[in-house]
Design a protein around this ligand. Structure first.
Ligand code: TXA
Ligand code: MG
Length: 350
């Protein structure tokens, strides 16, 4: 067990010493929890094979699941990627820094451990002033998966990161709660038609406005059958799952609330929209935010999934938002937590 140092950084310009100390952990090959606008990441020098190996150990993550490289601005792209299509620059200009990861062909200076042996690399510029300052100060790209133990919900605040990583890593930088709350959107730009590999903080509609046609990888919307391999290796793993089984209920929110109320057992947990939190007497209810407020739902969904593990609930129901905008990412995270156990009640008034 190691001592995990906690840094509180709110103003990177005023707190140069803390930024330097955090960057020094990265430079010397250590592991550092870092805030981003999406979720907290578990960062290390992405060019250092040994440091990256330690990330996999600390998380208990399978070695074939590649990591995203975080860079401070688009000018670093050519250091780690080659054959970069013009679309990458259009997207970077429009959405970086921000919740978008691009899959591009990698250069040979990116180690195999970082890319899980693939000849591509996922790369993104996160929109968080503290982490941008740390990467700038370290002067190396930071490989960072989400900072949870493998299989647990992603951390959206420093406390979640501590729950999973205290004693396992060198430091955690507390830069406040994450503004987006779900991980970055992943777009593969190495195929003829750009392909969405993971829905996330940047809506698919926004990508289509810039790119035109975007294909959606099957793993985004459906469970994989045995032996099928998604293009994003991480999409095949059971994820985000609380200890109790989850059932996701999709469709009109009045219908889903009524369905859940009728099917409540003893010790049932409910993830509900704000409008319905009073409808489940005797249950542990987690408020996901208002039906229409997908930004709030995205910020709360992982905390909701985490919270039930400290309770005695034996089953969890979740109301699910419609799949437009951020709804696609929220629904994907809920369905993955449910192992794609979904009850669909349909839209529209009865
Ligand atoms: O918002 C985020 O993306 C956060 C923050 C910390 O940046 N990071 C994150 O990393 O969610 P992680 O490791 O939890 O998820 C990365 C996903 C995995 O499903 C992985 O398989 C996929 O990205 N991925 C990474 N590199 C890839 C590549 N070269 N080709 C295909 N998929 C890749
Ligand atoms: Mg993750």
């Amino acid at each position: 067990r190691m001592k995990t140092q906690i840094f509180h950084i709110t103003d990177p310009a005023a707190q140069r010493e803390e930024i330097e100390a955090a960057a020094e952990i990265i430079r010397r090959g250590g592991l550092l929890g870092i805030p981003t606008e999406t979720v907290y990441g578990l960062g290390a020098n992405g060019l250092n094979t040994e440091a990256v190996t330690h990330i996999f150990e600390a998380k208990g993550r399978p070695q074939d699941n590649p990591l995203i490289l975080h860079i401070p601005d688009v000018s670093w792209l050519t250091r780690y990627c080659r054959n970069i299509p013009p679309a990458a620059y259009r997207l970077a200009e429009r959405f970086w820094p921000g919740p978008l990861t691009m899959i591009l062909q990698r250069r040979s200076n990116v180690p195999n451990v970082t890319t899980g042996g693939l000849d591509t690399v996922g790369i993104r510029c996160p929109n968080h002033p503290v982490t941008l300052a740390i990467i700038e100060a370290a002067q190396v790209p930071v490989a960072a998966p989400s900072g949870n133990l493998s299989g647990r919900p992603s951390p959206t605040c420093a406390r979640h990161m501590e729950e999973d990583m205290d004693g396992r890593i060198d430091g955690i930088v507390d830069g406040g709660p994450c503004g987006v709350g779900v991980e970055s959107t992943i777009i593969d730009l190495t195929c003829p038609v750009p392909r969405l590999l993971r829905p996330g903080g940047l809506p698919l509609e926004s990508l289509r406005k810039v790119l035109g046609e975007v294909a959606v990888d099957k793993a985004v919307v459906a469970p994989l059958s045995a032996g099928e391999r998604p293009k994003a290796p991480g999409m095949k793993y059971r994820h985000y799952a609380p200890k109790a089984p989850v059932t996701v209920v999709t469709g009109d929110s009045r219908r889903t609330a009524r369905y859940i109320r009728r099917n409540l057992g003893e010790h049932t947990g409910v993830i509900a929209f704000s409008e319905y939190v009073g409808d489940f007497p005797g249950c542990i209810v987690h408020d996901m935010g208002s039906v229409q407020d997908k930004g709030e739902q995205a910020r709360r969904v992982f905390d909701a999934l985490r919270t039930f593990d400290d309770t005695d609930v034996t089953a969890i129901f979740a109301q699910c938002p419609s799949e437009d905008g951020l709804g696609l990412a929220i629904a994907n995270r809920l369905k993955k937590a449910a192992g794609f156990q979904v009850v669909d009640l349909g839209e529209g008034e009865e």
